[in-house]
Design a protein around this ligand. Structure first.
Ligand code: ZN
Ligand code: ZN
Length: 238
């Protein structure tokens, strides 16, 4: 059995809203400094920096899951986690086909960098990534599940891009078991306000945009390092 301290929502310099030092090595070092041994890379509607962080993580003893923070047509954010880059790449293809093309205005939004494992800037992503992908949250959830991934509505308590503020509740036809809250609330406070959330597993993430933003709030013990085992462990202990 493996004891995990997990932070499953981490941005890199590919997200215009993230700090300029959110590069593979500093991210891995900051996670380990906070005694976190499992992270997921979840940039907005994009996946290109997951691979370099996974490479550094595997060298340094940090398990890094490939992921994405998807914005669906309801303007709700959800984190999508996978075991492999191949699965994530399949999701990226679907996102690419359904994300409206607006050139990124770097002066307004900030740059979006694709980097290598040493943190070298390979290219700027020219398309503005922070727009809703033209797909419903229910459909996106099914696509991620069919790919073998895990779909978790993100920062559900947040006004901006949170499921509760945009949709009022968890839609009954949304096939999820795990929900994410951010650092500004507690599971207890959320359930007090929305009693229907009591039947869900609620994880808490730092939604890490800066190196000092790691929370590491999710502690659980899993059979192995697969997403299936990690999911089961979260469902049984959080
Ligand atoms: Zn978000
Ligand atoms: Zn985020």
């Amino acid at each position: 059995m493996i004891k995990f301290r997990a932070e499953l929502h981490v941005h890199t310099v590919l997200s215009a809203c993230a700090g300029t030092d959110m590069l593979p090595k500093p991210i891995v070092e900051a996670a380990l400094f906070n005694e976190i041994n499992l992270i997921a890379i979840t940039d907005h509607n994009a996946s290109y920096n997951a691979a370099p962080v996974m490479k550094v993580g595997s060298r340094e003893g940090l398990l890094v899951l490939p992921g994405m923070e998807l914005e669906t047509e309801e303007e709700v954010h959800s984190i999508c986690l996978f075991d492999t880059l191949d699965q994530l790449n399949e999701l990226q293809k679907i996102v690419d086909a359904r994300l409206p093309f607006y050139p990124n205005n770097e002066d307004f939004y900030g740059p979006q960098w694709v980097v290598d494992e040493k943190g070298n800037k390979l290219r700027p992503e020219k398309r503005q990534l922070l727009f809703p992908v033209q797909i419903s949250i229910q459909k996106a959830c099914k696509i991620v599940k069919d790919l073998g991934g895990l779909f978790i509505p993100a920062h559900i308590n947040r006004e901006a891009n949170g499921l509760l503020s945009h949709l009022g509740t968890v839609p009954p036809d949304l096939d999820v078991q795990i929900l994410e809250i951010n650092r500004r609330t507690t599971k207890e406070a959320c359930i007090k306000r929305f009693p229907e959330l009591a039947r869900y597993c609620i994880i808490q993430s730092g939604d890490v945009h800066y190196l000092d933003g790691f929370l590491g709030a999710n502690l659980f013990t899993a059979r192995n390092t697969t997403l299936k085992a990690i999911t089961e462990a979260m469902l049984s202990s959080l």
